[in-house]
Design a protein around this ligand. Structure first.
Ligand code: NAD
Ligand code: ZN
Length: 357
């Protein structure tokens, strides 16, 4: 088993292990005196993994309830939270009990939000089942729901009691969902030095050497990959739990990427595909502003090419600028851009719209 310790407020472990589904009960028992557990999952993940998690918890004597909602980002709203509260209350869950989030980022964000607010906070365990959830959304303690006025507009900071990851979950993910997680993975390689992790993890090398194994979802390569990415994200989050400064670097590729998602109404490209294009945009902009030389840009493009992301066409720049100015992270009319300044190094820049054309 690979274990990564997270030291934010209440420390917890992220455990990466092949057989973890059948050990959930044992591990939960060691962490908590809970009597009851509610497992929350979506309609795609529940048929695949729910029974094994439930059986493992029941074997250790927990009373278990389940709550399954229809899969999809459209469910990430307050109505779904209200239904979760009802399930928890009907099962008479108390503050000492546990909620388990079994699924991708949507399940994790919703469950985390419900857990952080039900009875003013109840323990929850994340069992992420998408690559994106393993390397990004289950790490860092952000929970969120969407409103009619924007994505992730409402949320809390709330750390889980533990995170259990089985790299083999990723074998049942469809290709596009797997790729969207790879977009975030590639991002970590370009920001690695700025993450200020004590360990030299050298993700760029790992990606170059193991690209084929990763694409083929080799279990050992994925375990190591997830461990590296988790360590990088934790290093940032531990230094900036509530998004004061350093955490901004995680937004590399996202300013332009979010605008692509918005201009295509979140329908045409996945988040990962959009941010890969956003990173390419950032590399070009960095060359234009003399922050990096062309060789680094070519090297970065080679890393990206290894994973065969879709090509996204250019959009009308004026419209894109307008969308970027509306981004949550923009200040007044300035747009915050994370740009590469050296190998695996990025910095935040506040740019005017005229700097982008
Ligand atoms: P998702 O949860 O919608 O999962 C993608 C699809 O894959 C869904 O249809 C799901 O049912 C299915 N699925 C999940 N695991 C599977 C498996 N093992 N096998 C087969 N199918 C499986 O999407 P996601 O990409 O995991 O997460 C996206 C969400 O995460 C967004 O809402 C985003 O805002 C959020 N997010 C949150 C944070 C954070 O810090 N909290 C960070 C990044 C993203
Ligand atoms: Zn992202």
């Amino acid at each position: 088993m690979r274990t990564v310790r997270v030291d934010t407020g209440k420390p917890y472990d992220i455990c990466i292990e092949r057989g973890i589904l059948d050990k959930c009960g044992e591990y939960a028992k060691a962490l908590s005196k809970a009597e009851k557990v509610t497992i929350i999952s979506d309609s795609n993940v529940a048929p695949l993994y729910m029974d094994r998690v439930k059986n493992s918890l029941e074997k250790e004597g927990f009373k278990v309830a389940t709550h399954i909602f229809k899969a999809g980002e459209e469910q990430k709203h307050l109505g779904s939270i209200a239904e979760m509260y009802n399930t928890l209350a009907e099962f008479s869950m108390t503050r000492k009990d546990i909620v388990v989030a079994l699924g991708g980022g949507v399940v994790g964000d919703l469950t985390g939000f419900a857990a952080s607010t039900y009875m003013r906070g109840i323990d929850f365990i994340q069992v992420p089942t998408t690559l994106l959830a393993c390397v990004d959304s289950s790490v860092g303690g952000k929970t969120a729901i969407d409103t009619d006025y924007g994505k992730n507009l409402v949320g809390t900071f709330y750390q889980p009691k533990a995170v259990f990851i089985n790299p083999n979950f990723l074998k049942t993910l469809d290709e596009r969902q797997f790729k969207t997680g790879l977009g975030e993975v590639v991002k970590y390689s370009f920001i690695e030095k700025s993450c200020k992790c004590e360990e030299d993890l050298n993700l760029t090398n790992f990606l170059s050497e193991k690209a084929e194994m990763i694409v083929n979802r080799d279990e050992r390569a994925l375990s190591k990959l997830i461990e590296i990415c988790v360590k990088l994200k934790i290093s940032v989050v531990e230094k900036d739990e509530k998004e004061g400064g350093l955490r901004r670097i995680l937004n590399f590729g996202h300013t332009y990427g979010h605008a692509i998602e918005k201009i295509t109404k979140y329908k045409k490209y996945t988040h990962g595909e959009a941010i890969v294009e956003g990173m390419k945009f950032a590399f070009n902009l960095a060359v234009k502003r003399n922050l990096i030389d062309k060789n680094y840009k070519f090297l970065a493009e080679d890393v990206i090419k290894k994973f065969n992301f879709v090509d996204i066409p250019e959009f009308d720049m004026e419209k894109m600028i307008e969308l970027m100015q509306m981004d949550k992270k923009a200040t007044f009319d300035k747009i915050v851009f994370i740009l590469p300044t050296d190998y695996s190094t990025v910095e935040a820049f506040e740019l005017d719209s005229k700097d982008l054309v």
